[in-house]
Design a protein around this ligand. Sequence first.
Ligand code: ADP
Length: 421
Amino acid sequence: MKQILLGCIADDFTGATDLANNLVRAGMRVIQTVGVPSGDLESSVDAVVIALKSRTIDPELAVSQSLDALAWLKKAGARQIYFKYCSTFDSTSKGNIGPVTAALMKALQTSFTVVTPAFPDNGRTIVKGHLFVGDELLSDSSMRNHPLTPMTDSSLVRLMQSQFSARVGLIDYKVVSKGHLAIRDRITELTKEGIGAAVVDALSNDDLMQLGIAVKDLPLVTAGSGLAIGLPQNFGLKPNQSHAELPHRNGWRAILSGSCSEMTLKQVNHFKAQGNPCYEIDPMELSGSTKCIADAIDWAKDQYSRGEGPILIYSTSSPEQVKAVQKELSVKDAGELVEKAMGELAQALVLMGVGQLLVAGGETSGVCVQSLKIEQLQIGPQIDPGVPWCFSKTPSNLHLALKSGNFGREDFFTYAWSVLD
Ligand code: ADP
């Protein structure tokens, strides 16, 4: 097996796919793994993205899982390590971005790294160390109300410093706009001053391309998925469509949607309005009986006796309906019931002959991948920003697209298949 060039550790599953997608588009062949791989890679690639679920777990556990991932990536030959977190810097004053960064730096024996969640293509920009989400400061965006990681400060320097013991500095846009040589000089200055991590401003993809060149020799970079566009050039790689090629599609087509995000609701309604076959799962019916799942499976078999699909099975509901169900069952129980059902449905669909599966919802995707016992995903062509088609050879030759809540265009459920054709 060829040695890999870039080793990536992502703190959640759909975030890992987003990063892998950007690397493929910039010219790398990429495999994403679910947790630290237990065996060899299924094909030779330039980069491996290890997807952890470490964003909101106990910081010590996040550190130990990240160090296990690092050990595997180093053994696979990685010349540079990329720690990927959310483009809205989802974290608390306890971590986990700071503690994981510090532990990776220590293990890699490096005293300096960069911090940049910027992703201009998705409206995440950084000015004077302040993170903007679209036109709003992070602290004014809907992220201020996030249930697990409420983001009430927009200063990345302050946020990082609150969870990181070495000093945090800034490389601002005045330096970044002068290009990679100026950024590199500033890195040298900051290192001499004893700064351990520097937040880097970025307003455009060009800023990230320049930063990419400037960080060529750093053993560790930490970022959202945006910086990925600037790294393959350091290894002599250029965008190459053939690196996104997947094996030929086969089997029937299905969509499982457990996301209740605004965009997913629009996508479900659009798919329905086109007259496509749809089956709704009612969480209230799931409580105490599995008949609803068996009925959905029978319905799917009946649909495939008439054609290859795509068919849609969904629990997607309006915010009012979701609140009513949550009031009746509790937020946790409602979520778990639907997730369990989606995992079982994914298994049943693949068993009956589905070979192309689209899953909507971050948590829902995680559950489906787990229940299908998928450990490695080869990353293919992009459908929409942040969502590529993937292919899993083991256990069952499956093409898979995993869409987190608000990603994708309104006609995503009808459009996505054309990318595989
Ligand atoms: P997103 O990426 O849009 O946040 P997720 O899959 O991560 O989607 O999260 C959606 C959560 O909502 C899951 O836990 C899912 O089980 C739950 N859920 C899905 N449908 C319903 C529903 N009709 N009522 C209550 N909870 C639901």
